[in-house]
Design a protein around this ligand. Structure first.
Ligand code: SAH
Length: 240
């Protein structure tokens, strides 16, 4: 599509019509030999990308913005996933699913009850390859950053970089997310989701997280496996 990507000034919305002028119009007509009904990609000044249909009438080239391919960066909520490194190859699964579900970055960490204390050299590299493959497979335009594992305390010290830190904890107040999320998400651009290890978070960790601004959330009566929790929360955030 990149040969067919054209930048048009101004902020636009789906459904609107834009006029393409100058060299771009000449390229469409004379070089690419596109005509009425052909598709191009239009990117506007805010960085929003649209799937667009051409109308060509002599030298006049217009395009109708049919669909939003990518919203403007300022318009998007970015969600990072911090995941306590699980046993075996389960982290591969978490990285793959988090990538499919749009996570911006993945931050592996070790906590008090982590079974895995040292994932071993090369693991982060392996996860980065998994993220790249999943990004390609799912048609993402970018690959989420996968960091090398850090300790829980370092993770907590980074909470201040986010507008909202969601800390799923099975011992949190039993209030359904449906009731808590809308208010929590209002105005939150940078969101971090922190999922605990197989053994769960300790009270001390939950206290530390809360003291640093994390919001404990309850995901329902059933205990989800650590590799399920991130997926569920990302899917819910996508829906909201
Ligand atoms: N301590 C638990 C298991 C932890 S599940 C036990 O063994 O009984 C692993 C992680 O998934 C938790 O740390 C939490 O972050 C998340 N999680 C799973 N089920 C959850 C629920 N119902 N509510 C909130 N968080 C949950």
């Amino acid at each position: 599509m990149s040969a067919r990507r054209f930048f048009v000034e101004g902020a636009h919305a789906r459904g609107s019509r834009v006029i393409i002028t100058g060299g771009d119009a000449r390229k469409i007509v004379s070089v690419l030999r596109l005509g009425d009904g052909d598709r191009i990609e239009v990117v506007d000044s805010t960085g929003a990308a649209f799937d667009a249909r051409l109308q060509v009438d002599g030298g006049l080239v217009e395009a109708t913005l049919v669909d939003v391919l990518e919203r403007a960066p300022d318009d998007r909520r970015s969600i990072d996933v911090a995941q306590a490194v699980p046993k075996g190859t389960k982290m591969d699964f978490v990285v793959e699913k988090a990538t499919e579900l749009g996570a911006a970055a993945i931050l592996p960490f070790y906590s008090e009850r982590s079974v895995v204390r040292d994932a071993g050299a090369g693991k982060a590299e392996r996860w980065r390859r998994v993220a790249k493959a999943a990004a390609q497979q799912s048609g993402r335009r970018n690959v989420p950053a996968v960091e090398s594992p850090i300790e829980f305390a370092s993770l907590v010290s980074r909470f201040s970089r986010y507008d909202l830190v969601l800390f799923p904890w099975e011992l949190a107040d039993r209030v359904p997310l449906r009731e808590t999320l809308p208010a929590l998400l209002a105005g939150a651009r940078r969101v971090l989701v922190v999922v605990g290890p197989e053994g769960g978070f300790s009270h001390t960790e939950a206290d530390a997280a809360t003291a640093a601004g994390g919001r404990t959330v309850w995901l329902g009566h059933r205990i989800l496996r650590t590799e399920t929790a991130a997926m569920v929360l990302l899917a819910i955030l996508e829906y909201v």
